[in-house]
Design a protein around this ligand. Sequence first.
Ligand SMILES: [Zn+2]
Length: 386
Amino acid sequence: MSKLADWAIKFTMGSGSCWNYGIENCLRIAFRQLNQTMHALLNFNLDGLPLFRSSKFQFWPILMIIANIPEIRPMAVAIYFGDAKPPSSEEFLRQHVNEINVLILNGIDLANGSQILIKVNAYIADTPARAFIKCVKTHTAYHSCIKCNVIGEFDRSGKHMSFPRLDCPRRTHLDFISKTDEDHHLWDSRTMQYYHTPLEEIQGIDMIKNFPIADSMHLIELGITKRCLNGWVNGSYNFRTKLPAHETNSISTWLKIGNDWLPSEITRQARGLDTLSFWKSIKYRTFLLYLGPVIMKHFLPYAFYNHFWYLVLATTTIYSCEVYIEVPTILNVARDLMNDYVEEFIILYGSDSISSNAHNLIHVDDDVLNFGSLRNMSASPFESTL
Ligand SMILES: [Zn+2]
């Protein structure tokens, strides 16, 4: 980072500052030993990070990994810091987009005659950041799904938006750049035009396919698995199954016992439910794939446990696509399981319980089809970079 800092261009952005190290500088360091032509598939991660819990100061880093060479650690391409989020996606992303278009066109020539050829693979972000960089409405809006044309249903008693329709037409790149669904895009009342994201100008980008929602860290682990556990433990999120305190204590005990039986490959063990709010994504993953299916059988009513199993099987099957992507039936099975899980969600917890996260599960298979596996669009490599 210190070496990059010497090369960084610093400039003012709104009430904050931005350090732009640049994609080319990062790649030249990563490939300094390269002695052949290399095709680099780039994944970018953009999320807002609060500096302190009680502070309004925040970082907005643009991080990058090379999706087809996962051994190379994430790199910081640019960092914005200020007392509010960047003023606009135009200001935040303009230099990034200008640079990447030059690199896509020309590649990077190294002194020894080798060349790095560039292609954008994915922009990975949590839901609010994804809406910000695409200049579309956030997940609480009626037309906010970035993958399909579903129109949300507002629950007045719970004061939240739900997306129970699962069969709506999928969005396309052409729809997006033509602003076909006007209510999906943000309107600038000053200019009387829709906001325009510079990302649309990237050579060859698809504004739907290159923006996955099936990042397992945000969608499955910190999304639906966390939501289920909070629903069972705290009765939150409109869940109809709240376990009594003595049962949550028993589950905590079983989680601690279960840790002793986990194979050594699983380094982050699940902790007690009293520490649920501090769990990192990997602990939710350990719960979903290994400990939860065994333990929850003894605590959830049959129908709810059966429903949880759909999620376990769907997720396991989706991960299996990494190995069996050439077998279309595996992805078809995963698609059916995810759809069954969401349909059953409506029956068990009510149609008003289909949050943006729950709805997005029906789009996982499309992303896996585009990217080949969950790993190729995962935010996990970026989690501990800054
Ligand atoms: Zn949708």
